[in-house]
Design a protein around this ligand. Structure first.
Ligand code: SF4
Length: 351
């Protein structure tokens, strides 16, 4: 049986993210935290920093909490109810870990499996309403004696079939082992399934953030509240993100301290449920006297910055015109180097 820690870690990383994007993160993570006990013992900041760029930071926080629960219990529970009770583990992950790591007869249903099942049984109901029906049909497939005998192999074969043969736009039915019995192929509607309700357009929000440097080449940062979006992550100080654009005068009242603030560019970022536009202001002062903490610009690559903040850093670094003094330009060059290092570890996932 595969190592439960590896199965669980990869399943958490793969939620909302592609295999290709996950592989380098997974390999780095396992090198840095080789066991669930090592992950449990690591400071949360180290975990968030190793996760930075993968998005959905609540997952990293739950990952850490789950590792601590598992380490305290002496190992992963081996049944679905026990797995579901752990932080960050829902029905899908419990089934995937249960089937692959412990041989529990359960079918994990992700988007790939939903697609295969919808086509195989010719389900034309729309998602998300069709989800329970597709789950029931997946369970019916999983009740096949061969699937019951090797639940982990069956689950992974389904994942692979969905990812490589029963692909979204152009299913390769001629290569499919289920071709003969597939209702959608017979009906000529394979590429149309599964049907789904149109997604509502993402609302747009606006924020202003501040890049404040001191004479020693440090930038002012702060930590976001523990709960909520990007909980516990580090950010440049800024305003709320709201539906109405910020007027510059209105926003500068909320700047961390009085300074010669200048516009340093605009950053756009897509989160799952909204799109965000950030107006970035930059200034340099001799000494920072504001809430937050100072961080050397040259070491920003090691900070637990979410992707949206890395974009802000890149914008500030690439816009040396935002600041005029030679000292500031030197600091910004340091930031540029940090950003390039950071980009090596990033992926295009929207957070
Ligand atoms: Fe998918 Fe085609 Fe196989 Fe049906 S026959 S399950 S549509 S690949």
């Amino acid at each position: 049986m595969p190592e439960p820690y590896h199965v669980w870690l990869s399943e958490i990383m793969l939620q909302q993210t592609t295999v290709a994007a996950v592989i380098p993160y997974y390999e780095r993570f396992v090198r840095r935290f080789p066991t669930v006990a090592a992950l449990a013992a690591a400071p949360l900041d180290d975990v968030l920093s190793a996760w930075a760029g993968l998005g959905y930071y609540a997952r990293a926080r739950n990952l850490h909490a789950c590792a601590q629960a598992v380490a305290a219990a002496g190992g992963f529970p081996r049944d679905l109810a026990g797995l579901r009770a752990l932080p960050g583990i829902g029905d899908y992950t419990a089934r995937a870990v249960g089937a692959i790591a412990f041989g529990v007869a359960a079918v994990p249903v992700d988007g790939n499996v939903e697609r295969v099942v919808a086509r195989l049984f010719g389900v034309t109901d729309r998602l998300p309403v069709a989800k329970p029906k597709l789950r029931g049909l997946a369970d019916r497939l999983g009740a096949d004696p061969d699937a019951v005998a090797r639940p982990g192999d069956f689950a992974q074969a389904l994942f692979d079939l969905g990812a490589t043969v029963c692909t979204p736009a152009a299913p390769r039915c001629a290569l499919c082992p289920w071709m003969a019995g597939c209702a959608a192929r017979r009906g000529g509607i394979a590429a149309e399934l599964p049907r789904r309700d149109a997604k509502p357009e993402r609302p747009l929000r606006h924020g202003v953030h501040f890049w404040l440097l001191d004479a020693a080449g440090n930038v002012l940062l702060r930590r976001r509240p523990e709960s909520g979006l990007l909980g516990g992550m580090t950010e440049l100080p800024g305003t709320d993100w709201r539906a109405v654009p910020w007027d510059a005068d209105e926003a500068l009242v909320l700047a961390p301290m009085p300074a010669a603030w200048r516009r340093a560019g605009q950053v756009r970022h897509g989160f799952t449920h909204f799109a965000l536009t950030i107006e970035l202001f930059a200034a340099r002062v001799e000494r920072v006297a504001a809430e937050g903490f100072l961080h050397p610009v040259e070491e920003l690559h090691a900070a637990a910055l979410p992707s949206v903040m890395r974009k802000c850093v890149a914008m500030a670094a690439g816009n040396a015109a935002a600041l005029s003094s030679r000292g500031a330009d030197m600091s910004l060059r340091g930031a540029d180097m940090s950003v390039r290092k950071a980009k090596r570890g990033s992926n295009p996932v929207h957070e």
